[in-house]
Design a protein around this ligand. Structure first.
Ligand code: AMP
Ligand code: MG
Length: 342
């Protein structure tokens, strides 16, 4: 019975994972999205203050659903993330650990995301079978775009990362230029649904086979130039086509890079995680890759795509080897784990 504690950025989360039954007994996330929406991004001090307010409320709620003495261990996100936000989660977890006399272990937030692909609705699918590895993982969020290989011992090897903006950031910044609200990904997807994705061609970076990186800053600049050239009438009339074409440029390069790696490697499964994994076009493209290469495709349930404590508890439950015993906050902790201080 592992209690997961998450507060790396602007979401406060608690979740209780029953490892024996393979299910969650409690899971809740307090989102701060409305608070930060006016600023167009997360404001660290405001995020920390909200965590401070939310943790006691969540604990009170948890205690109405489960008896805290059921908790046998606590897993808390130690990084990467905002220092103040991480510190509050860690202080909360360690205090609870002292009161309940339970061990507290640290979890790498991005490892939590990567493993969240496996949090399938069907508990049987959650079983990690040797023939699902190596696994090709695409983590796409507001802060990260990481294509990596996960081996059967859950070691992560990063294959490609973004040189500038993350995929979610590209959606958010594009949406801002289009006058849409934050977070921009769902907004662009909403308008894109009725648009023609082939209408405009936005530039894609590093499309070549051997080019193991992503870059999205040129895409955003190209949208800005394009919007400057359009008059108000054209801008309105072609709005959904612009959204669909912009979304296509982001999704297509993600799927193409995945496929380049599938061709080259000997991957036995693919998976998506992070906030952008909510995008239906992206989910479809990754599913198609699974079918084309005859391998299993792991798509997280939408409720597990954003930051949540369930993935932190789950990561501790299924992967004890990579948990951290020296609890401290590591805002720049690298995914391959070499430099924690960063
Ligand atoms: P995270 O950083 O994991 O909390 O995820 C938030 C990011 O995911 C933001 O950049 C959102 O714009 C993006 N996002 C959320 N839903 C979607 C969607 N349906 N399509 C594209 N991007 C999305
Ligand atoms: Mg995250």
């Amino acid at each position: 019975m592992i209690l997961g504690v998450e507060s790396s950025c602007d979401d406060t989360g608690l979740a209780l994972w029953d490892g024996r039954k393979g299910q969650f007994l409690y899971e809740k996330t307090s989102s701060q999205i409305d608070l930060h929406a006016d600023y167009g991004g997360v404001v660290p001090q405001l995020a920390a203050r909200e965590h401070l307010r939310n943790f006691p409320l969540l604990l009170e709620d948890l205690m109405q659903h489960v008896d805290p003495s059921q908790i046998t261990g606590i897993a808390v996100t130690c990084g990467p993330g905002l220092a103040g936000s991480l510190a509050l989660g860690i202080a909360f977890a360690e205090s609870l650990g002292l009161i309940l006399h339970r061990e507290v272990v640290g979890i790498h937030h991005l490892r939590g995301h990567i493993l969240s692909s496996f949090m399938d609705r069907d508990p049987r699918e959650r079983r990690f079978q040797m023939d699902n590895f190596p696994h090709l993982s695409l983590l796409v969020s507001g802060g990260n775009t990481i294509l990596s290989e996960l081996d059967a011992d859950f070691n992560v090897r990063v294959l490609a990362e973004t040189m500038d903006d993350a995929a979610g950031e590209a959606m958010d910044k594009g949406a801002k230029l289009l006058g849409l609200k934050y977070p921009g990904g769902p907004e662009i997807e909403r308008f894109a649904a009725s648009g023609n994705e082939k209408r405009f061609r936005f530039p894609q970076a590093f499309t070549g086979d051997g080019e193991m990186a992503f870059s999205f800053s040129g895409l955003k600049t190209s949208l800005r130039y394009m919007l400057e050239k359009l008059n108000d009438e054209d801008r309105c009339g072609q709005f959904s086509d612009i959204c669909a074409s912009y979304q296509f440029a982001v999704v297509d390069i993600l799927a193409r890079k995945m496929e380049q790696n599938l061709k080259r490697g000997n991957f036995k499964s693919v998976g998506l995680s992070g906030g952008v994994a909510n995008n239906r076009q992206l989910r479809m493209r990754v599913q198609e890759l699974g079918v084309k290469y005859g391998i299993h495709c792991y798509l997280p349930q939408p409720k597990y795509t954003g930051d949540n404590a369930s993935m932190i508890a789950f990561a501790a439950g299924v992967d004890g080897r990579h948990t951290l015993k020296e609890i401290d906050f590591y805002p720049r902790w690298s995914l391959e784990g070499r430099d924690r201080k960063g």
